[in-house]
Design a protein around this ligand. Structure first.
Ligand code: PEP
Ligand code: MG
Length: 932
């Protein structure tokens, strides 16, 4: 059952009796308009706009989102909502010359959700509302089609039962399937009116049994119950999950659209379909979509029947096709964006049911934006907002290497190319299995979710899978729409593949595939292949288009984008993506390489300064060489090098493992001892007889270093203060490298960064070492280079005393990973245990380690910037936590006046676009392409 916010106070009459809750549309005029998405939702605003434009839209009314928020707050809506709804219903009845669910020509309505942002399939819809035992008879007479009337009624009981009365779907499916079996019917459409009337009687019994009430016969009661159920569906688990992953505010609420029914299932001159004004996968300018004759809307999108390409409509009903093209072209011109539309044909007459800006892949977004600029539909300034920075990755997806494809590998080429890219992965058949088999973190496995069709309930599995394959449904099926939004490869409606989810197997070309078998999907071509096929890097033609698009956006960017890179190879990659420096080099990563770790361990195990210095001396040449590589790759751009940060025990074996190895040593076999000798050779073990002594002294040192909270322990600048020789070695390596590179005629710009500073005294202490060692090196080498000394700001105290710290620091770099950890008091390594419940309960809206918590952590950042610049107006300020590559956080960094963001090399383009859009929003006084 969907969780609903419990009423905090008894349901009260709304005091604001003037609030307009209900907006009518019909007869060529609407109360609302297309700009009112906040109140009317995307669908309601679109219906109003289309009505005002004189398009054929079935009339109705929209109950605005405030009523939903009221429902969430109070557990019910005010009487004023009921009153305005009844008033709008009377108006609708008068316009149609019908009465809801009564009389010879009963009015029937659809009740649909529609939030500000489209959430495909996440909330609920009820069709044919108003039907009851009496009105169904009237419908029989009026349509002269008893089968159609019975089918509409059974659909209503089923939808109402499931959505409003929360009866499980399978309770109805069992009845329906049994009837089909009994009547030897292959398709739903094979059941005649008599059989459907029997189904209706049995459905009523299902309702009585599960809901302990009769199916309501009063149409007004049906309407109120359906409206409230749609409001409740805003709070269902899949809607909440969808909002979380798409960053949609939980408090927005949904509108409810009540609209006169039109029927696509009245016979062979009726039909229904969905489409796009351009191809949503590639952006090509082509009429794209599909339809089914003699069907209702949900048949097209649910994938129950595989629909026909929209071009076929031209053959069946040429004038309807022409009218549809004309209307949708007008809509695209009107909205200046690609439209996603729904239509129904009733007895040869076309009705538009919805239009909205269509969801599309990153590739399509850029193609459409470029085309619309050349068509003169939008300006370049408008175009730059048309690509979501998170979709930049779509340009870097792999392609299938055709050379690695033998004809016998191809299972089908007839799937729908629903979302581009090629992936190879292991099959799973349920969303839960996808989550289980995909695993987490470093142990992540590539899984491909294979379903007959996906439903909104599969969303968690779709999120972890690398690709989705469905055997039914079309280019606008749930799988296709959702994967495009996620930037995930999808082949939909691959009809030659038979999926048996229960038996967890799939059949294709006479072969059976089981869970765990490898397949390859090509979502750009719509093909499925067996095995793990070779993949190629992205298409250069698309990258050229992205370049063009970026060249329009970039001039607006005000802040720099640097990369977090520790080794020259990553630094080079980062520059290819346009990084303007290194914002964070985590030097500890350099110590893990096999040739360095023994010296690092020797340094840690040393119990006196002399031995420590000896080991550090061995590390020095490695560090110097790494830094030279970074300086060379960056050719004079800033290279921010952070001194050693993590607790030292991270470089040593785990305490528990040592204890076990010591305890089991007396019984160890020769084979086991061999393994142990290899494992501990870096610590001086040469033969079995060394093991006892070395393991014991190792454990003693590990015990000494053991801390209950290592993240709050001997790490960051505290290491350099406790063991100054570490700072000395690292600074020497940095400065010697810079001098050497400059001697080769290449410019350098070193920024030495002290981590985890909380007090100005710490900064003074470490800053003094940096300056002393640098001067020593300059003297020794007879050459000076420019360098800066600064700090990471990653503790709340550092933000508060930033004015003090800035006296000693030439730059600040906000380490928002640690700052989030210390501001919330969440362990960044264990937070997942807490996060699931926090997100589910709505305590947190987003993972604060992914997107910066602007109100809390962001406030600390603002304080840090303001106080730091009070002391040093030219203080250089950036961010190097993970947030530096997350678009909303980048926007925040722009707004608070940072000089740069730094992120992983693969996020550099995303950050560049996000920063450019933020700059353009300011310059052009627009928000997301619309006037502020
Ligand atoms: C940070 O804390 O934000 C940071 C960049 O440092 P690290 O992740 O290495 O602790
Ligand atoms: Mg940190």
């Amino acid at each position: 059952m969907a969780t609903i916010t419990l009423p905090e106070a008894p349901v009260q009459e709304s005091k604001k009796t003037t609030t307009k809750y209900v907006y009518f549309f019909g007869g060529g005029k609407a109360d609302g308009n297309g700009k009112m998405k906040d109140d009317l939702g995307g669908k309601g605003a679109g219906l109003a706009e289309m009505t005002n434009a004189g398009l054929p839209v079935p009339p109705g009314f929209t109950i605005q989102t405030e009523a939903c928020r009221e429902y969430m707050r109070n557990g019910g809506v005010s009487k004023e909502v009921d009153r305005q709804m009844e008033e709008a219903l009377s108006k609708l009845e008068a316009l149609q010359g019908q009465k809801l669910g009564t009389g010879e020509n009963p009015l029937l309505v659809s009740v649909r959700s529609g939030a500000k942002f489209s959430m495909p399939g996440m909330m609920d819809t009820i069709l044919n509302l108003g039907l009851n035992d009496k009105s169904v008879e009237a419908l029989v007479k009026r349509s002269n089609n008893p089968r159609f009337a019975a089918d509409s009624y059974r659909r209503l009981i089923q939808m109402f039962g499931n959505v409003v009365l929360e009866i499980p779907k399978h309770a109805f499916d069992e009845v329906f399937d049994a009837k089909k079996k009994k009547k030897k019917a292959k398709l739903d459409t094979d059941l005649d009116a008599k059989a459907l009337n029997e189904v209706i009687e049995e459905y009523k019994k299902v309702v009585k049994k599960h809901a302990r009430q009769d199916f309501p016969q009063d149409p007004h009661e049906q309407l109120v119950m359906a409206r409230d159920a749609v409001f409740r569906s805003w709070q269902n688990d899949r809607a909440k999950h969808y909002r979380r992953i798409n960053n949609i505010d939980d408090m927005l609420g949904t509108a409810v659209n009540v609209q006169a029914m039109v029927y696509g299932n009245l016979g062979d001159t009726s039909g229904t379909g969905v489409g796009f004004t351009r191809n949503p996968a590639t952006g090509a300018k082509e009429f794209y979509g599909e339809f089914l004759m003699n069907a209702q809307g949900e048949d097209v999108v649910s994938g129950v029947r595989t629909p026909v390409h929209i071009s076929e409509l031209h053959k069946i009903m040429p004038h309807v096709y022409d009218q549809l093209r004309d209307i949708t072209t007008r809509l695209e011109k009107h909205y200046k964006d690609m439209q996603d539309f729904e239509f129904t044909i009733q007895d040869g007459k076309l009705y538009m049911l919805q239009t909205r800006n269509g969801k599309r892949t990153g590739l399509a977004a850029v193609q459409v934006a470029i085309d619309m600029v050349s068509e003169g539909l939008i300006s370049k300034d408008e175009a730059i907002f048309r690509l979501d920075p998170n979709q930049v990755v779509d340009f870097f997806v792999s392609r299938l290497d055709d050379k690695d494809v033998r004809p016998e590998d191809v299972l089908t080429t007839k799937g729908i190319a629903a979302s581009p890219g090629a992936v190879a992965g292991q099959i799973v058949f349920t969303a839960d299995d996808a989550v289980e088999k995909a695993g987490h973190g470093a142990e992540k496995n590539p899984v491909i979710l294979v379903r007959a069709e996906t439903t909104p309930e599969d969303i968690h599995g779709m999120e972890v899978a690398i690709g989705i394959l469905t055997s039914q449904g079309g280019a606008t099926s749930h799988a296709a729409v959702v994967t495009r939004g996620m930037g995930k490869t999808c082949v939909a409606g691959a009809g030659e593949i038979v999926v048996d989810e229960r038996a967890r197997q799939m059949r294709a070309r006479g072969q059976v595939f089981k869970e765990g078998d490898w397949i390859t999907l090509d979502g750009t071509a719509g093909s499925v292949l067996r095995g793990k096929r070779k993949l190629l890097p992205p298409d250069p033609e698309n990258l050229a288009k992205l370049d063009k698009f970026m060249s329009w956006a970039e001039p607006f960017r005000k802040i720099e984008v640097r990369a977090n890179a520790d080794i020259p190879r990553d630094a080079k990659k980062a520059r290819e993506f346009g990084a303007e420096g290194i914002g964070l080099c985590r030097t500890e990563h350099m110590f893990f390489a096999p040739d360095r770790i023994p010296h690092m361990r020797a340094m840690i195990l040393a119990d006196n300064e002399k031995d420590r210095r000896k080991a550090l001396k061995k590390l020095l040449p490695y560090q110097r060489k790494d830094f030279e590589g970074l300086f060379k790759a960056m050719e004079g751009l800033p290279v921010t090098i952070r001194l050693l940060d993590p607790p030292l025990h991270e470089f040593l074996p785990k305490r528990e493992k040592l204890m076990v190895d010591i305890a089991t040593l007396p019984r160890a076999t020769a084979k086991r001892k061999k393994v142990l000798i290899a494992e501990y050779k870096d610590y001086g073990v040469k033969r079995a007889s060394d093991l006892k002594e070395v393991l014991r002294s190792l454990l003693a040192r590990v015990e000494e270093l053991h801390e209950f909270n290592p993240m709050l322990g001997l790490r960051g600048c505290r290491l350099g203060i406790t063991y100054p020789e570490i700072t000395e070695m690292q600074v020497r390596a940095i400065i010697e490298a810079a001098v050497a590179v400059e001697k080769e005629g290449i410019k350098t710009h070193a920024e030495v960064m002290i981590p985890l500073i909380a007090t100005v005294k710490e900064m003074e202490n470490q800053g003094a070492i940096v300056k002393r060692v640098a001067e020593d090196v300059f003297k020794e080498k007879g050459k000076r280079v420019d360098y800066h000394v600064g700090t990471m700001i990653e503790l709340p105290r550092a933000c508060l005393v930033a004015d003090e710290i800035a006296k000693e620091a030439q730059f600040f770099s906000f380490g928002t990973n640690d700052l989030t950890q210390t501001a919330f008091g969440f362990s960044r390594d264990d937070v997942n245990k807490i996060l699931t419940a926090y997100l589910q309960e709505g305590i947190l809206k987003q993972d604060p380690f992914a997107a910066i918590d602007q109100v809390g952590v962001g406030e600390l950042v603002k304080i840090g910037i303001e106080r730091g610049r009070r002391t040093r107006p030219d203080l250089e300020i950036g961010i190097c936590g993970e947030h530096g590559g997350e678009p909303e956080s980048v926007k925040f960094c722009h707004q608070v006046g940072m000089d740069y963001v730094s992120c992983s090399p693969f996020r550099v383009l995303t950050a560049r676009l996000a920063a450019a859009q933020a700059g353009a929003s300011d310059t052009l006084k627009v928000e997301g392409g619309r006037t502020k």
